[in-house]
Design a protein around this ligand. Structure first.
Ligand code: HEM
Length: 429
């Protein structure tokens, strides 16, 4: 019966009270059938798992490896990757060439995932490419898979039909299945290599291997599934955010100069290193506000995070919504609700995070990393990368959009921001 209601009724919710009810931490609404498309046949999949009970048991096994403390232990690995990025940008500034900053940031984010997951930086930034030898380019493959999920999540019946009939008889026709195919095999190989050849004990595979010693249910296969999520969910999301931040800063010179003077002020006091540490960046309020505001206006995740209304139903704006209905909110919808953000909701105004009486209230509606029990497990990793890189690059360079730059958006599960071609100049040391 519940499934029937879900099938015929789906409600996009933007009412702030209803939003808080759906994505609360206690008594969370469970994920809807559309997530089966992400999960496929994976027995260990935090993002796609629909059962709250299984999800919470699995999340407990891996949570520590993604905690703030564990992430901070990996900061030096990220710093090592910032160095080739700066070298690349210095060369570009010197040669006065135009560069696709968006692509460079994507290469960087992927290198970071490799380093913190498997102690394996892929060297994408240094080589300037996301290809492994003769293989198809990695990012194109990822994007195809994500775009396939975007439409299939609306027609789960088609996905199930494909899995039951087409897959065994004809073969795979859906790019989303690469999540359990190509990307899973990639992650599995990397986990095995990491285990055979060793690495930094503090990387994520190292930490999960430690958990494995006492929790046998976290077998090698589960670790490989978890690392597939890192590869699949960890680089595009972060690089889209970085692209959006730099684009907003380029388009809002006042915000940029305010940010730069905050950073330079800290630097003059010896409180900000030339490669900023996360701890230093955390103490820069305007920097933090710029990140929040950019992610509010340009959230990498675009889809409605579907949840099932429990049997007793719920009330939205005085209307009863029966149990089994699929409800959900997209970050793009709640981030543009004037009841929460005010009438200047479409303006890029980092000050809103600093002026408001209670920033905690705004943060309750900040949905870029999802909400409730299913919030992003990689948030600490991404935030560390983002705050470090934005502070470091803003102190060192000025970016100007190239005359022929054409910014476009390509929207599916994620909203890809493309065309960030820029001129780079070094600021005076
Ligand atoms: C700016 C960067 C990122 C953004 C905006 C982002 C966004 C999100 C969102 C909105 C969700 C909730 C999805 C839902 O409810 O359906 C989510 C979940 C998840 N993310 Fe991220 N993510 C980011 C970075 C990362 C990174 C770096 C990793 C891994 C290293 C990662 C791994 C995951 C996983 C495994 C889940 C499922 C968590 C669970 O349900 O327990 N994400 N992310």
């Amino acid at each position: 019966m519940l499934g029937f209601w879900g099938l015929i009724m789906k409600r996009s919710v933007c009412d702030p009270e209803a939003f808080l009810q759906i994505y609360r931490v206690n008594g969370a609404y469970s994920k809807s059938a559309s997530y089966s498309v992400l999960k496929g046949s994976r027995p260990f999949d935090l993002a796609g798992e629909r059962s709250e009970k299984i999800h919470s048991a699995q999340r407990r096994l891996v949570a520590r490896a993604y905690s703030m403390e564990s992430t901070m232990n990996l900061e030096s690995q990220v710093d090592e990757l910032v160095i080739p990025l700066l070298k690349k940008l210095d060369d570009v500034a010197f040669s006065k060439h135009i560069i696709d900053l968006g692509y460079l940031l994507q290469l960087f984010a992927f290198d970071v995932i490799g380093a913190i997951s498997f102690s394996k930086p892929y060297g994408f930034v240094s080589s300037g490419s996301d290809s492994f030898g003769s293989d198809e380019k990695f990012f194109a493959r990822l994007a195809r898979s994500l775009n396939s999920a975007a439409w299939l999540m609306h027609v789960g019946w088609f996905f199930r039909l494909h899995q039951k009939l087409v897959l065994p008889l004809i073969g795979n026709l859906l790019a989303i299945n690469e999540r359990n195919g190509f990307f899973f095999h990639f992650a599995q190989r990397e986990v095995q290599t990491r285990k055979d050849q060793g690495g930094n004990d503090k990387d994520i595979v190292g930490q999960l291997s430690k958990v494995q010693q006492t929790k046998k249910e976290l077998d090698d296969l589960s670790i490989a599934y978890m690392m597939t999520s890192n590869v699949f969910a960890g680089s595009d999301t972060t690089s889209i955010t970085l692209r959006a931040i730099f684009l907003y800063l380029i388009r809002h010179p006042n915000a940029l100069s305010k940010l730069r003077s905050e950073l330079q002020g800290r630097q003059a006091l010896g409180k900000l290193s030339s490669i900023a540490t996360a701890a230093e960046a955390e103490t820069c309020p305007y920097l933090q506000a710029v990140i929040y505001e950019s992610m509010r206006l340009f959230s990498p995740v675009a889809f409605m995070l579907d949840r099932d209304v429990p049997v007793e139903g719920m009330t939205i704006c005085g209307h009863h919504v029966p149990g089994g209905t699929v409800v959900g909110t997209s970050p793009w919808a709640i981030h543009l609700a004037p009841q929460v953000w005010g009438n200047d909701v479409e303006e890029f105004r980092p000050e809103r995070w600093l002026d408001c009486e209670d920033p905690g209230t705004l943060r309750r509606f900040f949905f870029a990393f999802g909400g409730g029990t299913r919030t992003c497990i990689g948030r600490n990793i991404s935030w560390l990368e983002i705050e470090k890189l934005v502070a470091t690059l803003v102190m060192r360079y000025n970016f100007k959009l190239a005359d022929d730059a054409k910014i476009t958006e390509d929207s599916g599960v994620l909203v890809f921001l493309k065309g960030l071609r820029v001129q780079v100049t070094r600021l005076e040391d």
